[in-house]
Design a protein. Structure first.
Length: 329
C-alpha cells in the first residue's frame, strides 16, 4: 500500500499553481455580485454584523460561540474598509485563491485530477453561494497542511467559528487523534465512528438548539432530509467501499477521511443538513483517495468522472449554472 505524502512540487510548479489559483479566484470574484443565490444574505452580514453579533451576545458566551463569531468579526472588520459588495469580493478571492492553491500544489503528480476537484460543483459552490462555508474550508485546509503546531491548532479551531459544520469535522478530527493516541484497531475505529454519527445525527438539531445555535431554532434546515434524493448515499457508499477495500494500512493512515465518509453515510437519514457537513470535508476525502492502488485507483477515476458529469449536467443552461437568480444574469 502506497502512502500518499504531499510533495508540493518544484518552485516552477508552485508558481504555476499560484497563477492558476489567481485566475480561478479572479474569475469567481468578478461574477455579478448580487446575481447569485444567498448573496443578499451575505450583503446583510457585510452591513449589519455588529448588530447581529450584539443580538447573539445578549444570550451569553454560549450564544456567541455557536453562531460563527469569527465570520461576524471578519465582516465587522471588512465593513470598516470596504463597501458591502467589495467585502464579498474580498471573501470570495481570499477563500477561492487559498483553497485552490493549497489543493493544486499538494500532489503535483495528480495535477489534472486536482483541477477536476476544485471545479466540482460541491467544491466550487462554496466560493459562489456558500461563502461562509468556503472561508471555513480555507481555514481548515490551512491548519490541515500547516507544519507549525500552534498555527495548525489555531486554524483548525477557527474553522467552526466561521462555519458551524466544522464543529462536526473538528469532532471527527479529535476522535482520530484519540484513535491514534490509544492505537485503536481499524475495526473499532469504524464502530466508534458509526456510533458517534448515529448519536450526533439523532441529537444534532436538539443539541444546536440547546447551545443557542441558530440552526437549532431558526428552521434553517426544516424539511430537509439528511442528504437529498437518495442517489448521493448510493454514490458515496460505493466510494466508501472502494476505499475500504484498499486494506487496513490505508485506512489507518487515512482514517480521518474515511471517518468523514462514515459520518455522512451514518447520518444521511438522521441529521438535516449533513450534506453541508460532508461538503466541508469533501476535499479531504477526495485527496485521500489519490493514495489508492491497483484497480481501486482506476475505479475512483471512473467515479470522479461520473460524479463530475452527474453534478454538472443538470446545471448546464440554468441561470448562473444553477446558482443564479432568475432574471439577474
Amino acid at each position: 500500500m502506497k502512502l500518499l505524502i504531499p510533495t508540493e512540487g518544484s518552485f516552477g510548479y508552485k508558481a504555476m499553481c499560484f497563477v492558476l489559483a489567481g485566475v480561478y479566484a479572479w474569475f469567481l470574484m468578478g461574477l455579478d455580485i448580487d446575481g447569485y443565490i444567498d448573496r443578499a444574505n451575505y450583503l446583510v452580514y457585510a452591513q449589519y454584523s455588529e448588530q447581529i453579533f450584539a443580538r447573539y451576545a445578549s444570550s451569553g458566551l454560549k450564544g456567541v460561540l455557536t453562531n460563527e463569531p469569527a465570520w461576524l468579526f471578519f465582516n465587522i472588520w471588512a465593513s470598516k474598509h470596504f463597501t458591502p459588495e467589495d467585502t464579498l469580493r474580498v471573501f470570495i478571492f481570499f477563500s477561492s485563491f487559498l483553497t485552490s492553491f493549497l489543493v493544486l500544489r499538494s500532489y503535483p503528480k495528480y495535477a489534472f485530477l486536482l483541477i477536476v476537484f476544485i471545479l466540482m460543483p460541491q467544491v466550487l459552490k462554496n466560493n459562489i453561494i456558500h461563502l461562509r462555508q468556503g472561508l471555513g474550508v480555507t481555514f481548515f485546509l490551512l491548519g490541515w497542511w500547516c507544519r507549525y503546531l500552534p498555527l495548525r491548532i489555531f486554524f483548525i479551531a477557527l474553522a467552526p467559528l466561521v462555519h458551524a459544520s466544522f464543529f462536526f469535522i473538528d469532532a471527527l478530527f479529535l476522535l482520530n487523534i484519540a484513535f491514534s493516541t490509544f492505537r485503536v484497531s481499524t475495526v473499532w475505529r469504524v464502530m466508534y465512528t458509526l456510533g458517534v454519527g448515529i448519536v450526533l445525527g439523532a441529537l444534532g438539531i436538539w443539541l444546536a438548539g440547546e447551545l443557542g445555535a441558530r440552526q437549532g431554532s431558526s428552521g434553517e434546515y426544516s424539511g430537509m432530509g439528511g442528504g437529498g434524493t437518495g442517489l448521493a448515499i448510493i454514490f458515496w457508499g460505493a466510494f466508501a467501499v472502494v476505499l475500504f477495500m484498499e486494506g487496513r494500512a490505508f485506512l489507518r493512515n487515512n482514517f480521518f477521511a474515511a471517518s468523514i465518509l462514515i459520518f455522512y453515510l451514518s447520518t444521511y437519514f438522521l441529521l438535516p443538513g449533513t450534506a453541508r457537513v460532508f461538503e466541508s470535508g469533501m476535499l479531504v476525502v477526495l485527496l485521500a483517495s489519490l493514495g489508492l492502488s491497483d484497480w481501486r485507483r482506476y475505479a475512483v477515476y471512473v467515479l470522479y468522472a461520473f460524479y463530475f458529469c452527474m453534478e454538472w449536467y443538470p446545471l448546464l443552461g440554468q441561470p448562473g449554472y444553477g446558482w443564479g437568480i432568475e432574471g439577474s444574469m
